[in-house]
Write a protein that binds this ligand. Sequence first.
Ligand SMILES: Nc1ncnc2c1ncn2[C@@H]1O[C@H](COP(=O)(O)OP(=O)(O)OP(=O)(O)O)[C@@H](O)[C@H]1O
Ligand SMILES: [Mg+2]
Length: 352
Amino acid sequence: MFEGFGQNKRRKINTESAAEAEHNKPWVEKYRPKKLDDVAAQDHVVNVLKKTLSSANLPHMLFYGPPGTGKTSTILALTKELFGPELMKTRVLELNASDERGISIVREKVKNFARLTVSKPSKHDLENYLCPPYKIIILDEADSMTADAQSALRRTMETYSTVTRFCLICNYVTRIIDPLASRCSKFRFKSLDSSNALQRLKYVAEEEGVKVKAGSLETILDISAGDLRRAITLLQSASKNIGYSGEDEVSKELVEELAAVVPESSIKQIVELVATRDFNKISEYIQEFTRNGWSAASVVSQLHDYYIKSSEYDTAFKNKVSIILFDTDSKLTNGTNEHIQLLNMLIKISQV
Ligand SMILES: Nc1ncnc2c1ncn2[C@@H]1O[C@H](COP(=O)(O)OP(=O)(O)OP(=O)(O)O)[C@@H](O)[C@H]1O
Ligand SMILES: [Mg+2]
């Protein structure tokens, strides 16, 4: 009896934690596109892939582009559409940067998988999926593989191309050695434009029942600059922090606070101060500003955006200010004193 009680209890805990796990799943995973059609804003790539899908003849592929634009999601959706969830287990090998991928692994693991004959699909899979007669090896974050390991792939790719296709994924296409890149069809993923990204973000907010103030989703997208992963993550953390600011909606201020960007009002204040050319006032403000923990690097990039986008200034002014900002940015990267650099930068801009 005692044992039975223990088992029941255990079972209950298990089901609870499963539901909880689903609830606590990061939204980026929960809303990862499941089909090719769900992939937003990469129409060119999706169309070409769909065409190759209909002939079921896939080339080796190289996906490249900035973070959070759908590369990993696209290949996962593609393999699922090709093989279905069951057959995928034996037909797809996925290795990413967290796996050891030195030359020895390429020789062993990749080669062993590449040379395997293809497993037989079940009747159910054959009826529902294309089940082409090859396996797919996904090398995610391939730009972090050593050049030697990449070289070792060359022969493997050719020798086993009858039964295996490769998909290399990277952010920087120039870090893939030429002989590999030339063996692949290349697919460029673009930064998500704001209307597509907004649509996707709205969808997530609606599904999760998050209340958002007008304009806050746009702020999230501005901050994430085309990286949808960053945008969705920011929305999720904002939704968890709604209560703290005393409001019941995700507001622009909350988003800015969480993303550690300087509030727009402060940037405006800085610009106004600079226009007064009053050294003492600027110095005082900067002292208080750095004491509040704002980072100088974000002031530089936000001031850059502000001046460049504004129609109040002429091109000559923008040019000069840009040079000052670039200079400060490089000094900050080298690890100089933030306060002094910020002061120096604003004084210089005030003299333009
Ligand atoms: N084009 C897109 N359409 C729909 N959702 C997207 C798209 N791009 C990114 N996302 C969202 O962002 C998350 C991360 O996307 P994904 O892992 O595919 O990015 P990635 O391009 O592989 O980035 P990285 O280069 O950093 O690996 C996905 O789970 C999804 O929620
Ligand atoms: Mg990825």
